[in-house]
Design a binder for this molecule. Structure first.
Ligand code: G4P
Length: 325
């Protein structure tokens, strides 16, 4: 079943972006480099339509470097868009961000015409960490709880260069089932909103097809590519001693181990989607979503027709049936 999550504070973020967007020159969207398609927010594209976009593939230290290059090329080929990779180990991210923003809006950045940049990103993508680095002190809240809200703040990156942080979160309605699983695996979704076993199985299913040697090396199991996701999860549980009384495998614990290992890149640097895969998933998700919408419209129309077919008799006047008695 597809994962849905409603982190709240959406209206606040939406309103803040709508109010601010007119005077913004560049929109920075922080993406998770391990899932650049799934961690993007289509609602943001709508809200900021036409504004130059800088896609920052954050946490690149955890992602597959070959695939990061593929995603960067994909985004850089889009009109009005630049993309770069980033991670928390970079000591002066301001330099690369400033440089890329000037490429997108070369006429801004003076005292008369300052560069005004808005930074957005889904929870846990590393926005607070980046902002703390940009500010040079730990002022924004960081943490592992997805959905922590903050008030809007303005950071001066250099003279005539202002960065605005959005408060709250802007969370997409998930229409791609795989995106829900990838977001949950990455830590972007609150932990009560998904089933760990289901997420670990989806993760293993992808890893066995694309990163089998990493799984084999980490858990000392062989033939991963030819096993089902359930068999691999059981093998992980057995190898790592996740056992219940009686020797049965504790699948919940095994799932936690797999998700933890992915998040910490213990297996190695992994990216859960390529641009081609993601566009295929998206097309499929959009098709299903459109079909759902057609069904929903048909039900609503049916209700409306039925409602009209049975009009209430006027008050105080007997209905036709009653008067014919
Ligand atoms: P957010 O504001 O977008 O919600 O994210 P936040 O900065 O709070 O970061 C979420 C988690 O991601 C934090 O880890 C943070 O340290 C980690 N993180 C941020 N940027 C990077 C990066 O470039 N690479 C890697 N590997 N990790 C990054 P945490 O364990 O949840 O919290 P903490 O105890 O480290 O603060």
């Amino acid at each position: 079943m597809a994962i849905q999550w409603f982190p709240g504070h959406m209206h606040l973020t939406r309103k803040a972006i709508e109010e601010r967007i007119k005077e913004i020159d560049v929109v920075i969207e922080l993406l998770d480099a391990r899932l650049p398609g799934s961690s993007a927010n289509p609602m943001l594209a709508q809200l900021t339509a036409g504004k130059p976009a800088l896609k920052v593939l954050n946490k690149q230290d955890l992602a597959d470097p070959v695939r990061t290059q593929e995603w960067l090329a994909h985004f850089n080929a889009l009109p009005g868009t630049r993309a770069l990779g980033l991670d928390a180990s970079m000591t002066s991210p301001a330099k690369v961000l400033v440089h890329a923003c000037f490429e997108l809006a070369p006429n801004r950045g003076t005292m008369v015409k300052p560069m005004r940049v808005l930074i957005c990103g889904i929870p846990n993508v590393g926005k607070s960490t980046l902002i703390n680095t940009l500010k040079g002190k730990r002022a924004a809240v960081t943490g592992d709880e997805a959905g922590v809200t903050k008030i809007e703040q303005r950071i001066v990156l250099q003279d005539g260069f202002y960065l605005f942080d959005t408060p709250g979160v802007l969370w997409p309605r998930i229409i791609v089932a795989k995106s829900g699983y990838n977001l949950a695996a990455s830590g972007a979704i609150g932990r009560n909103a998904f089933d760990e076993e289901e997420v670990a199985l989806e993760l293993l299913d992808y890893l066995r097809q694309h990163y089998a040697p990493l799984v084999e090396a980490r858990y000392k199991i062989s033939g991963v590519a030819d096993q089902t996701d359930e068999q691999i999860l059981e093998a992980v549980g057995r190898k790592r001693g996740a056992l219940l009384p009686g020797g049965r495998i504790n699948l919940q614990k095994a799932a936690d181990l797999v998700i933890h290992d992915f998040r910490a890149a213990v297996m190695g640097r992994i990216t859960l989607e390529t641009p081609a895969e993601f566009s295929q998933w998206l097309a499929h998700g959009q098709k299903l979503d459109a079909e759902r919408q057609v069904k929903k419209d048909a039900i609503e129309l049916d209700r409306a027709v039925r409602f009209k077919k049975v009009p209430r008799p006027p008050r105080g006047k007997p209905s036709d049936e009653e008067s014919s008695d």
